[in-house]
Each structure stands twice: as C-alpha cells, then as structure tokens.
Design a protein around this ligand. Structure first.
Ligand code: 5GP
Length: 112
C-alpha cells in the first residue's frame, strides 16, 4: 500500500476534510500556506504522467472535489491554487497522484 492508500484506508491518521466514493481530502502534514490540503484518489495512479484515457472520469472527479473542498474551506471567494507535482523535476515526493490545494495567502508567479 502507498502512504496515501494507508491514509485513505484510515490505517494512518490524517485530518480528513471530505471524502467521496473514490477520493479523499486531507490536510497536508507540512502546510505551505494557511490552507493546504491534498485531494487523493483511493485507487492509486502513481502520477499524472501515468494516467490513462480510462482514468478521465476519475481525474474530473478529483478536480471537482478540489473545488468543492476549497469552497468548504472558505477559499471560494479569495481564490486558491491547484498544483500537481510530477516526477523528479516536478518535485514529486509521494508516488500516488494527488492535487495540492493551497490558499489563504497571495500566491506568487512564477512558482519556485
Ligand atoms: P509531493 O511532494 O509528492 O507533490 O507532495 C506530497 C505531499 O504529501 C507533501 O506536501 C507532504 O507534506 C505530504 N505528506 C507526506 N507525508 C504525509 C503524511 O504522512 N500525512 C499528510 N497528511 N501529508 C503528508
């Protein structure tokens, strides 16, 4: 099991914000902003580069879950950023696809 599969299975604790049949939202353990949570599919896709056309519906569900959880966290009006890190240059550290949702402060561009 990946780390995030263990969190989804409630084997490892996390601050869970919301959950659907095939996804879970929980707070990042090392927040980079006042609000920082992850949207994770319960079925492991290692990274976006390995998503298949048959994953399209799940990918759509993850983005909808990111937006609904962001609204739930009070970011709907102020805004937020969604980030996916892919591979070594992308800064990926956990090989289980996840969307970072970051908000509660002004984001900068370009990202680091
Ligand atoms: P990545 O670097 O792969 O894009 O993102 C992985 C994220 O998972 C990081 O932001 C990191 O802080 C978070 N993370 C790593 N281990 C844990 C954990 O055990 N619990 C939680 N809630 N987040 C974790």
């Amino acid at each position: 099991m990946t780390l995030f599969e263990k969190i989804a299975a409630k084997v490892i604790p996390a601050k869970i914000l919301a959950e659907g049949d095939d996804w879970i939202a929980f707070r990042d353990i090392a927040p980079q902003a006042p609000v920082h949570f992850l949207i994770v599919p319960k079925r492991c896709i290692p990274r976006i580069n390995e998503a298949a056309p048959s994953d399209a519906a799940l990918l759509g569900t993850l983005f909808a879950a990111a937006a609904s959880t962001a609204r739930q966290e009070g970011l709907g009006e102020s805004g937020y950023r969604i980030v996916i890190n892919n591979g070594p240059d992308g800064g990926e550290t956990v090989p289980h696809l996840h969307l970072h949702v970051i908000g509660g402060r002004q984001m900068t561009w370009p990202p680091g």
